[in-house]
Design a protein around this ligand. Sequence first.
Ligand SMILES: [Zn+2]
Length: 219
Amino acid sequence: MDTTKICKVCFEPIQLNSFHNLTNNLCICYSCIKQMNPIFKSFEIDKVKALAIYHYNDYLKKLIFQYKGCLDYELKDIFITPYINELKILYKNYYMLVVPSSKEKIKERGFNHCLEMFKPLGLKTIEPIEKIKDEKQSDKTYLERLKVKENLILVDKEIIKNKKILIVDDICTTGSTLKAVINLLKEADVKKMKILVIAKRDFTKKELKQLEDPSFVLN
Ligand SMILES: [Zn+2]
């Protein structure tokens, strides 16, 4: 039986030559993983421990766009599966909270892009927070983004009580949405919170300055 697997990004055969890729059920080759630049960077948002798997580079940006912008659903597993065993250990017994997208956006796309990306973690998902009005983040200035919390509401306090919650998102840019989620969770008796993102975008001094300009549109 031919068990050769093909990389979902470059379509080359994946070399199954180590214990690591046999156990992690890889669907992306080492060369492509390397280009995504895994860094496992720890950071904090409002004192909540966060982890970014990859560095935000052009290659990753392109793949994310291909997945969520061009609706290439097949790419959903490539981001998490290279490190799935390690991540499963790290977040054992956590409940997963996907940063809410608007219902309209999910309907338009046909899938919840963030949920699908993190599904391989095998965690139970909970939806205590809903987004009430859709506003495209990238069309907003930095200052407008900070107001995003007004669009999120805590609809179920009971479901998060005494639970360990893993908040997941694709890209952390300003962190304002994550902050809003954290603040809402703080209203309930959550046992513990952690954050996992695919990548964290860091800004240069010049970009930070641009963000202060109300007319500046981030892309
Ligand atoms: Zn590849």
